[in-house]
Design a protein around this ligand. Structure first.
Ligand code: NAD
Ligand code: MN
Length: 493
């Protein structure tokens, strides 16, 4: 709705960074990236049998960072052979011994956190403050948490025992490369399984650096194998006959392909797929806090977040006020070099992802929603997109239904809690949701009616390894983290 013209003169607004320019504050620690990486199979780096390599570039400035081995079917087979052989002794190791390896990995990750954070930011484009303060601490936390479980599995389900499944195939996306690796590898190892993991093709570097941590930790060869490549390599990981289970995080489209291809096999499957979360703001919410939560919900990691609060549902009587506050806050966000510690929004992960965002934003304009982007100068090289708001969005618009996976927020309104629930649940996804209100009873009522795996109340994007994460509907099935996550890597007997 168009704002009414005020008759009063506009008050001078003080914006942080308004009167002076920020000095650049680049992170200077070295990332120690090798010029070329082989495949990590059976405890050592080897050249791919395909003899092919592909480039991993930095979305920050399109510079080439490293050459990554392209694993073919024979390479994936070698990785599974190693994992299956290692499984024979790894599963017999007492839980306390497996736990020691996991503790070691966690501590080594902490030791090298700064180096890994820089590598993650260079390869994937996320702001250094996020890789430093979120991705790395959370990845280490997942290993610590599961290290603690390794010798206590008998207490997970009293009277029952957990039996590991075997060699697990794991395929992960590019938005949280190291963290998704941790979510996958830590519970698999804690429960006595071995692993063949494939990182995403644009962000393989921290997974390969992680292999050096495994070597330093003295992990037995073959317990973790890392194969790199794109969709074809992923399909080879998924379809290998030695895989006892496939754990996949990525798009709903690829999740469907995988589910099809596993039908009729004995392989277990967990899928963590896309989302289009509703972040719901009631008129009794503290609006300035809500603004911070909305900004964090959609602009964290450039919006490359499966559980991003991509649909803002705001109660109609505060919609104009909240939207105005949001626009003011948007003007203070700094878009640019992800290596700069002042940056709030870094680089879009890849050229293809940037094109997808641009296309969906164009559809929003074409379908009649009202776009708002603060004035900001984007770096000349690299892949960047400004923070974007759409108001006047209808439920039928593509920007309200499809996952954009970028820094783009669609604002819709509602009048009653019932309408909010109906609109929030009106999506094929169901990964997460946010609720902002002063009333505890309203939070509980909403949480019980929202079809979402996680519901955050008066906060957003809070994670903990002990808290299971996963979806409803086309956001997938299975849980990662907590007791539920462990049970998804074992047979209960
Ligand atoms: P994607 O599905 O294109 O790719 C994910 C991974 O699958 C990559 O490693 C890719 O190489 C591989 N892959 C591609 N085609 C394959 C095939 N046919 N068989 C096997 N593997 C294949 O997704 P993406 O673009 O990398 O990631 C973004 C998506 O991931 C978003 O939809 C996002 O919501 C989702 N995601 C979900 C979660 C969650 O926990 N639910 C977390 C992060 C990302
Ligand atoms: Mn890259």
């Amino acid at each position: 709705m168009p704002a009414k013209k005020s008759t009063r003169p506009a008050a001078r607004e003080l914006l942080f960074g308004d009167l002076w320019e920020y000095d650049p504050s680049p992170e200077s620690a070295p990332a120690f990236i090798e010029p070329r990486y082989g495949l990590f199979i059976n405890g050592r780096f080897i050249a791919p049998k395909t003899r092919k390599y592909f480039d991993s570039i930095s979305p920050r400035n399109e510079e080439k960072l490293a050459e990554i081995a392209l694993a073919g079917a024979a390479d994936v087979d070698a990785a599974y052979q190693a994992a299956a052989t290692a499984f024979i002794s790894w599963r017999k190791l007492p839980g306390a011994e497996r736990g020691k390896y996991l503790f070691r990995i966690a501590r080594l990750l902490q030791d090298r956190a700064r180096e890994f954070a820089v590598a993650e930011t260079l390869d994937g484009g996320k702001p250094i403050t996020e890789s430093r303060d979120f991705d790395l601490p959370m990845a280490a936390a997942h290993f610590f948490y599961h290290a603690g479980w390794a010798d206590k599995l008998d207490h997970l389900a009293p009277g029952r025992a957990l039996v590991p499944l075997g060699a697990i195939g794991q395929v992960i996306p590019w938005n949280f490369p190291l963290l998704m690796l941790a979510w996958k590898i830590a519970p698999a190892l804690a429960t006595g399984n071995t692993v063949v993991l494939k990182p995403a093709e644009t962000t393989s570097i921290t997974a390969l650096k992680f292999a050096s941590i495994l070597l330093d930790a003295g992990l037995p060869p073959g317990v973790v194998n890392i194969v790199t490549g794109a969709a074809e390599t992923g399909a080879a990981v998924v379809n290998h006959p030695l895989a006892a289970k496939i754990a996949f995080t990525g798009s709903t489209a690829v999740g469907k392909i995988i589910r099809h291809s596993l039908a009729g096999s004995a392989k277990r499957l967990t899928l963590e797929l896309g989302g289009k979360a509703a972040n719901i703001v009631f008129d009794d919410a503290p609006l300035d806090q809500a603004v911070e939560g909305i900004v964090n919900g959609i602009f964290f990691n450039q919006g490359h977040v499966c559980c991003a609060g991509a649909r803002l549902l705001v109660q109609e009587n505060v919609a104009r006020d909240l939207t105005a506050r949001l626009k003011r806050r948007l003007a203070t966000l700094r878009v640019g070099d992800p290596l700069d510690k002042n940056t709030d929004i870094g680089a879009i992960n890849s050229k293809q992802q940037l094109a997808k965002i641009q296309q969906l934003v164009q559809s929003g304009i074409d379908e009649g929603a009202e776009i708002h982007q603060p004035a900001c100068k984007l770096p000349a090289k690299g892949f960047y997109f400004p923070p974007t708001l759409f108001s006047g969005v209808a439920q039928s618009h593509r920007i309200a239904t499809e996952e954009i996976f970028g820094p783009v927020l669609s604002i819709l309104t509602f009048r009653t809690p019932e309408e909010a629930i109906e609109k929030a649940n009106n999506t094929p996804f169901g990964l997460s949701a946010g609720v902002w209100t002063d009333k505890g009873s309203k939070i509980l009522m909403m949480a019980s009616k929202l079809k979402a795996g996680v519901v955050w109340a008066n906060t957003y994007h809070k994670f903990d390894p002990s808290s299971p994460f996963g979806g409803y509907k086309q956001s997938g099935f299975g849980r990662e983290g907590g007791k539920h996550g462990l049970l998804d890597y074992a047979e209960l007997v």
